[in-house]
Design a protein around this ligand. Structure first.
Ligand SMILES: O=C(CO)COP(=O)(O)O
Length: 222
């Protein structure tokens, strides 16, 4: 098995926005260096460039719009995000749902730009459906557990285990991550023990008194 991966979705918390986004990136960078675990920052679009300039972290966008260059005021164009420094993107997060055809379009755009695609799903069936679109990764996150601190890997282990089985049966090269409520080392260990390739998380780290200590705890039981 490959080394597990940690993807930190900054969402729009004030603790992970603007200058705080950069400070959180420094925490991610030092926790990654100390632990040897790959950690990915997923800031808001406006904060991508500052993190790219000041760290060597892999950076994902939170969302890419299914648009081409031209007249799309307010859009998140992939070309601009790549130039700002992303090496991948979340797609179809529960808080930013997309239509199936648009998910497919963005996966294709990511392939054309040679960046990674991580499609978020809400259950086993959607994880399997998305696997057939050949993204780099699927991240299953039951929406009812997001932001609750109740870890999917302990509260709904079957969702993680069966998503892994279902996705790998369709395409063994697609990584399977899980998220929602993941906070500490026990939660992450449970996810990896269930076959997940890593975790996608937010509030447990962003709202921690010391995000760096929380990150080190997260990977302490691997
Ligand atoms: O939505 C999530 C990550 O994308 C999960 O959020 P929490 O870690 O805050 O539950």
């Amino acid at each position: 098995m490959n080394t597990p991966i940690v993807i930190l979705n900054y969402k729009t918390y004030l603790e992970s926005s603007g200058l705080n986004a950069l400070n959180l990136a420094y925490d991610l960078e030092s926790a990654a260096a100390e632990s040897g675990i790959t950690m990915v920052a997923v800031p808001q679009a406006a904060d991508i460039h500052r993190i790219y300039d000041d760290t060597s972290l892999p950076i994902y966008a939170q969302h890419i719009d299914p648009i081409s260059p031209g007249g799309h005021t307010g859009g998140n164009l992939i070309d601009t995000l790549v130039e700002a420094g992303i090496s991948g993107s979340l797609i179809n997060h529960s808080e930013k749902r997309m239509q199936l055809a648009d998910i497919d379009e963005i996966i294709q755009q990511c392939k054309q730009h040679e960046i990674e695609s991580c499609v978020c799903t809400n259950n086993i069936a959607t994880s399997m459906a998305v696997a057939s679109l050949n993204p780099d990764a699927v991240a299953v996150e039951p929406p009812e557990l997001i932001g609750t601190g109740i870890p999917v890997s302990q509260a709904q282990p079957e969702v993680v285990e069966d998503s892994v089985k279902g996705v790998k049966a369709i395409n063994k090269d697609v990584k399977v991550l899980c998220g929602a409520g993941i906070t500490n080392g026990d939660d992450m260990k449970a996810a990896i023990d269930l076959g997940a390739d890593g975790v996608l998380l937010a509030s447990g780290i962003i709202k921690a008194e010391s995000p760096k200590d929380a990150l080190l705890d997260l990977v302490s039981k691997l």
